[in-house]
Design a binder for this molecule. Structure first.
Ligand code: AMP
Ligand code: GLY
Length: 425
């Protein structure tokens, strides 16, 4: 079978390595892929948002199955377009991907179906938003409606910064049309848990839970990033919390989408806040999280491609999805300066990291040079994942690997997993 993966980051590299375990797949393509992915799949320089280009390539190369991994192509309707030419896919159609594509949609969905989330109001004009902020208590959370590269959320400590955020989104349009409508919501204090779930619109199968580390610097200081590291499982996601999530959040969400005529098929990401033991939905993503995937999929025992085909064919209930019971830690190795200004094109020295057992280096922002060297090409460069029997060992091993890797101005956090370790103690 010819299989195509749309995307070119650490998440896609992890998916591709997992798909390679399936013997039925004879040819794997990545669009556009990256330097590291090119060792595991044939990379073709077609951008993830180039829907016409993706469909043309898929048709010409007799693709049997396509995995659409990033949010943009999903929201833009890549799966709909591929279905139209008869290609099976893993990933939601655009009418379901809206669960991530519009915060107004997802908040209204939760309100309508009684799914626990922060109290909120939607605003379509600047004046009423600012009037509302004058009467609000702080901190408060302001969110642009549409996709904003993960940067459309502002936690404002006081009226002045909240007002500035509203003006930058609604008047200065720093996120373009994404900020035409905004959500202002209650600030929730608690611990965050990410849960990715496979769903075919009828059955929902949560994967092992995880914890992201979003800030650039140790002790959760510095700017928000796409994620500086992850661990799995998340110790705050106790069996009791998992039960409540299944009953009050996961199943109700799948059913709500079905009732709205927007059956969701693919990986649904639940970004949860656990407040005094009670889970609330902070956000939905219509796809695998990055870098959550880099710790969740390495723990998956069941064949990923079998699951993906079952999701597309709406027979997920026939598959026994199993995880191996271990722990994983992913340390992101980034370019100094990320998420602000950083340099690229640095030669990466991988040292002896290949010789470490149970350590895998997933490439996020790398490219192959003309003479075969791997160069940095993005903010988040690599994700070094270790799998072990305990979280403590997984963290130790991931850092052992990450420290062997060198390039000019390399940056990583030194405390990935420490919050989780403390919680376990
Ligand atoms: P989002 O893009 O919706 O995931 O938001 C980005 C981050 O902002 C989340 O991971 C949380 O850390 C934080 N956040 C979002 N909404 C809230 C909220 N209502 N209360 C507290 N923190 C929030
Ligand atoms: N790690 C969060 C996300 O993928 O959006």
């Amino acid at each position: 079978m010819n299989v195509l993966v749309v995307g070119g980051g650490g998440r896609e590299h992890t998916i591709i390595k997992k798909l390679k375990e399936n013997k039925e797949i004879t040819k794997l393509y990545a669009l556009p892929g990256n330097g590291g992915i090119s060792r595991d799949a044939e990379c073709v320089n077609i951008g993830a948002k180039d829907i016409d280009g993706i469909v043309k390539f898929a048709t010409e190369n007799k693709i049997d199955f396509a995995v659409v991994a990033p949010d943009d192509p999903l929201v833009l309707g890549a799966v709909d377009a591929l279905h139209k030419v008869g290609i099976k896919c893993f990933g939601p159609c655009a009418d379901a991907a809206i669960i991530e594509g519009s915060k107004v949609f997802s908040k209204d969905l939760m309100k309508k179906y009684g799914i626990p989330t922060a109290f909120y109001e939607v605003f379509t004009d600047k004046k009423s938003a600012i009037d509302y902020l004058e009467k609000s208590s702080y901190p408060i959370v302001i969110k642009a409606d549409g996709l904003a590269l993960g940067k459309g959320v502002v936690i404002a400590e006081n009226f002045d910064s909240a007002k500035a955020a509203v003006i930058s989104m609604m008047e200065d349009k720093i996120f373009g049309e994404s900020g035409s409508n905004i959500v202002i919501e209650q600030f929730l204090k608690g611990v965050e848990v990410s849960v990715l779930a496979f769903t075919d619109g009828k059955t929902v199968v949560p994967m092992v839970s995880s914890m992201d580390h979003k800030r650039a610097l140790d002790n959760d200081k510095g700017d928000n990033t796409g994620g500086m590291g992850t661990i799995a499982p998340n110790p705050y996601y106790t069996p009791d919390v998992a039960d409540v999530c299944m009953k009050e959040i996961f199943i109700p969400t799948i059913e709500a989408m079905k009732k709205e005529g927007r059956t969701f098929k693919g990986c649904l990401y639940f970004g949860l806040m656990i407040c005094d033991g009670k889970p609330y939905v902070i956000e939905y993503n219509c796809r695998f999280g990055d870098p959550e995937t880099q710790v969740v999929l390495p723990l998956l025992k069941t064949d990923l491609f079998e699951i993906m085909k079952a999701v597309e064919d709406e027979r997920l209930d026939e598959i026994n999805v199993e995880f191996d019971g271990g722990c994983a830690c992913c340390v992101v190795v980034a370019s100094g300066g990320y998420p602000k200004k950083y340099e690229t094109g640095k030669v990466i020295d991988f040292g002896k990291v290949d010789t470490l057992d149970n350590v895998t280096v997933y490439h996020a922002g790398t490219k192959l040079s003309e003479n075969g060297e791997i160069l940095t090409s993005g903010g988040r460069v690599l994700g070094v994942t270790a799998v072990a029997d305990t979280l403590e060992n997984a963290i130790k091993k991931a850092y052992e690997g990450a420290e062997m890797i060198n390039f000019e101005k390399k940056h990583m956090r030194s405390d990935i997993g420490q919050t989780a370790l403390k919680a376990l103690k």
